[in-house]
Design a protein around this ligand. Structure first.
Ligand SMILES: [Fe+2]
Ligand SMILES: [Fe+2]
Length: 326
């Protein structure tokens, strides 16, 4: 155990290596036991392929406009994975040795995530309801535009971010699965259910990383959590746009659609914060310096503040015509 008073972030990261190795085995799946997009979608090597596609297209015909818009936005977000991997690799203090558990984690996480965009993209292509070229252009824009997650490459802030974000993606993919099921598309429901289950494991791992940091460096971890919540957690696709649309403009319409159909709302943002406060036992943390205590008290009071604001917010009514949807 390292003592809090002398702790530097790089020492904490080093101290956590074995722990990260354990979480790697516990919370990431091996390739052999992993699902693949091909398990869930029509197999083009079979004679039944065209019949299966016909069925898939018939079911996709009844999906609502907002659901499709959310699905495309989710897919583009997942397809920007190269940005997220390069972001993870540049977090300060992470050792660059390829055999280090941190690097193994980053690669293993990327390998799992890579299936999400593949599966969703292939489904949308087969559905016949999407203008694929427009969607692909948005993906290229998002990758080229990058993002600003406001984590300053700090490991503590970065793992608050990933804890929050993986939980948010778990919620949104799970809700899309539920809505798809109600709208009669079992294939899509199953696919999004698989993605959601991956996100849940990832969220669990990142939350465990932060719990571990709290053990070693509670004041600094608390300040990092506070700082991220003061700045507000931005979604990784906040620069999303379409051809001919200003940077970030399409993202607003995408989140409006998600809010409208209840896939991801401002109430969910507050729920995630409450979940993190509980998970990291923030209220019970007493052994803090003055700054740490102030940060803790700010965080504890925050969900109630968000709820008061959320009550005054109405679900956005404005419908928008996305170039993505055929
Ligand atoms: Fe994902
Ligand atoms: Fe994820």
């Amino acid at each position: 155990m390292i003592t809090a008073s002398t702790t530097s972030r790089s020492e904490v990261i080093k101290w956590m290596e074995d722990f990260v190795g354990e979480k790697f085995s516990e919370l990431l799946k091996t390739v052999e036991e992993s699902w693949q997009p091909a398990d869930l979608l029509p197999d083009a090597t079979l004679d039944t392929f065209f019949d299966e596609i016909k069925d898939l297209r018939e079911r996709a015909r009844d999906l609502s406009y907002d659901l499709l818009a959310v699905l495309v936005g989710d897919t583009i977000t997942e397809e920007a994975l190269p940005s997220y991997e390069s972001w993870l690799m540049t977090i300060k203090g992470l050792p660059q040795d390829p055999d280090n558990p941190w690097m193994k984690w980053n690669r293993g996480w990327t390998a799992e995530e890579n299936r999400h965009g593949d599966a969703l993209n292939r489904y949308l292509y087969l559905s016949g309801r999407i203008n694929m070229r427009e969607m692909e252009a948005s993906t290229q824009y998002l990758l080229a535009d990058g993002f600003d997650l406001q984590t300053d490459m700090d490991p503590y802030r970065s793992f608050v971010y990933t804890s929050f974000q993986e939980t948010a993606t778990n919620i949104s993919h799970r809700r899309v699965a539920q809505i798809a099921k109600r709208q009669g598309d079992q294939t899509l429901a199953k696919l999004c259910g698989h993605v959601a289950a991956d996100e849940a494991r990832h969220a669990k791992a990142y939350k465990a990383f932060v719990s571990k940091i709290f053990e070693a460096d509670p004041n600094e971890m608390m300040l990092a959590f506070e700082d991220m919540m003061r700045k507000k957690i931005v979604m990784p696709a906040h620069y999303m746009r379409e051809l001919g649309v200003d940077i970030g403009k399409t993202f607003g319409h995408f989140t409006d659609a998600a809010q409208r159909i209840g896939v991801y709302t401002s109430a969910d943002y507050t729920d995630i914060l409450e979940d993190l406060i509980k998970e990291w036992k923030i209220e019970a943390m007493t052994d803090l310096n003055e700054a740490g205590e102030r940060a803790r008290d700010y965080l504890i009071a925050l969900p109630a503040r968000f709820k008061r604001v959320a009550e005054r917010m109405k679900a956005p009514a404005l419908e928008y015509k996305f170039r993505w949807i055929a």
